[in-house]
Design a protein around this ligand. Sequence first.
Ligand code: GAP
Length: 438
Amino acid sequence: MTSLQDIVSLAKRRGFIFPGSEIYGGFKGFWDYGPLGVELKNNLKRLWWQTMVYDREDVVGLDAAITMNPQVWEASGHVAAFTDPLVECKNCHKRFRADHVVAKKKLSAADLTGEDKLLLFCSKGEEHDFTEPKVFNLLTEVCLGTTEPKQKAYLRGEITQGVFVNFQNVVSSTRVKIPFGIAQIGKAFRNEITPGNFTYRSREFEQMELEFFVTPDDKESQRWFTYWKEQRMNWYVDLGMNPKHLRFREHAPDERAHYAKAAEDIEFEAPFGWSEFEGIHHRGNWDLSRHKLTYKDESGEEYIPWVIETSGGVDRSALFFLLNAYHHDGKRTILKLHPQLAPFKVAVFPLLANKEKLITLAQKVKTELSRSFITAWDDRGNIGKRYLAQDEIGTPFCITVDFDSLKDDSVTVRDRDTTKQDRVAIPKLQDYLSPKLE
Ligand code: GAP
């Protein structure tokens, strides 16, 4: 099985993900996406938006502010209830999430690796001596304004509330009618007690969410809950996630967030165990009633709609797509990313870097292809090494311009997954690649 360390080192080496503020020793729970990471994340977000907004008649988009009037968070219940239980070791003063400690205590000593051990033992190997759990609020505070005391506000702990506070604006400015949804992608912030497992638990992360408004009816809301569960699971499978490493997990009543009537997670079998990366939540009328918002239908009937939410993490999805795609066969490391997710779709190589005619033709091929596909260029080292370098970042096709190309106007196209090579006429490249990449 791929280890988390395989991905951490590939991500750093090839420019997917770097530790945040690295030259100052890093900053716990913050990560920066490099040239390839930003492409992967943008692809994920673009494909999500395509499926959830453009391909549908019943969903519109929104981009709300990250910082909102603090009253929003009072009303939404986050100031009172967006909490995790915190314990502190009386000896070493390290702080942990009590529920994580309890979960690790169930593991046998042999299963305990570095991070797990840290949860249970002080540096000298003795068990931590924990305080009673305290309630710890995860909202990140910010101070605004020019006069003292400055105004306290919060960075949003979930992107969701921006949708609810704009519910009336969207209804009155568009032609949406229930059932309909509002989709949003954006950053959220949580003062996590124990960030960890690479980007899995960060303090700054991106969410992609749909709030889908339905009539307040048990049967109708259940139908949509089931519908969205299936839609979301299929989306990950269609983009190449191995269904064997995916499952649904229903939340027990005592585990649900303060707003949820019902909740199921989509989980991935990560090296650190089955882990949530998207939640489907039945939020009932919790949020709209807290913000005192209602909806009037065409017949004039006024009611508070119920909400079915799909809430995915862009960073966790990116991490799990990388874990899912990583293959090592002894000689090659290959990222078998779905072509739509791959940062580059094609790479073009001139066989030799010092032959002007080869370079000129290869550059012409690259310029043509770049109009349709994100295309990489490599003229360093030998062709074998260039193939290996592209395999490692998931580029589906490599194209080599050689001496025969100067005579027959054809190039060699090599497939990442099969390593099979085809000779293709340059004018036919677009037709050859398009169906394979789309
Ligand atoms: N609006 C509902 C909501 O925020 P959530 O289950 O708390 O629900 C949804 O979060 C998704 O956001 C998670 O499934 C995960 O993908 C992502 N997420 C939550 N906390 C995270 C963190 N600390 N680091 C990275 N991603 C996180």
